[in-house]
Design a protein around this ligand. Structure first.
Ligand code: NDP
Length: 240
């Protein structure tokens, strides 16, 4: 039988309480991984995975979460840096607060997620890091200069990290979703959703499960063992 080789591997997912993150959590559990997730708030009883309250904008908070996760589940093999926010506005109207908030969660948050685990991964000589970027990081979008900047930066961070980490046999990759049906995109005005749908050659938004499959592939020590520094686009042919 073919397997992705994720059985009993410890994987951490940030922003796993809802949306794409929650789907990734349950999907990885189905593949046999021991999954922990972090979020600003945890809905008790919603998931059987280990949920830890932690804020990705704080390195201290993520270090404390990492300690708890490794104590309870063991050394972490995989990281899914998924937590992300939008604070959209046209550039001249974008406040410094909204600029900083998005940078802090979407970019600094990715760094703060990886830092507490990377030394252990290097020591053990194994690990796979998957960060969630966005089609907007490569294509741009109206009202999303802050968001687009962070999502492009996550690709830059990953490509450099992949080069550094290769000698330790640790991999770093990016999944760049197109428009996916979650609360984040359901909040878009209907007119905008219809316009975006018309631009997607597949004629629909993606599903969170379609992102989870891509994440599982890139986490897999079997399926993607020689893939690092890559961007896997999951967007129904919605390119530039
Ligand atoms: P959601 O808004 O549905 O979920 C985001 C999760 O991240 C929430 O659980 C949220 O917590 C959590 N979060 C927010 N801030 C923090 C923080 N400071 N620390 C820890 N957790 C935090 O988003 P999606 O599921 O739609 O998106 C997931 C990822 O995919 C994001 O990185 C997003 O940018 C990316 N993406 C999404 C697309 C889409 O179409 N949906 C398209 C392309 C990329 P809380 O509930 O407390 O807010």
């Amino acid at each position: 039988m073919v397997s992705l080789g994720l059985e009993d591997k410890v994987v951490v997912v940030t922003g796993g309480n809802r949306g794409i993150g929650a789907t990734i959590v349950s999907f990885l559990q189905e593949l046999g991984a021991k999954v922990a997730f972090t979020d600003l708030a945890i809905d008790e009883g919603k998931s059987s995975a280990l949920g830890i309250k932690a804020d990705v904008t704080s390195l201290e908070s993520m270090e404390e979460a990492a300690k708890q996760i490794e104590e309870k589940l063991g050394p972490v093999y995989g990281i899914v840096a998924n937590a992300g926010i939008t604070k959209d506005n046209f550039f001249p109207k974008l406040t410094s607060q909204d600029w900083d908030a998005v940078i802090n969660v979407n970019l600094k948050g990715v760094k703060n997620t990886i830092v507490p685990f990377i030394a252990g991964m290097y020591e053990r000589g194994e690990g796979s890091i998957v960060s969630i970027s966005s089609i907007v990081g490569e294509r741009g979008n109206l009202g999303q200069t802050n968001y687009g900047a962070t999502k492009a930066a996550v690709i830059g961070l990953t490509k450099s990290l992949a080069r550094e980490a290769a000698r330790y046999k640790v991999r770093a990759n990016v999944v760049a979703p197109g428009f996916i049906d979650t609360e984040m995109t359901l909040a878009m005005p209907e007119k905008v959703r219809d316009k975006v749908t018309a631009e997607i050659p597949f004629g629909r938004f993606g599903k969170p499960e379609e992102i989870a499959w891509a994440v599982a592939f890139l986490l897999s020590p079997v399926a993607s063992s020689f893939i690092t520094g890559e961007v896997l686009r999951v967007n129904g042919a919605h390119y530039t």
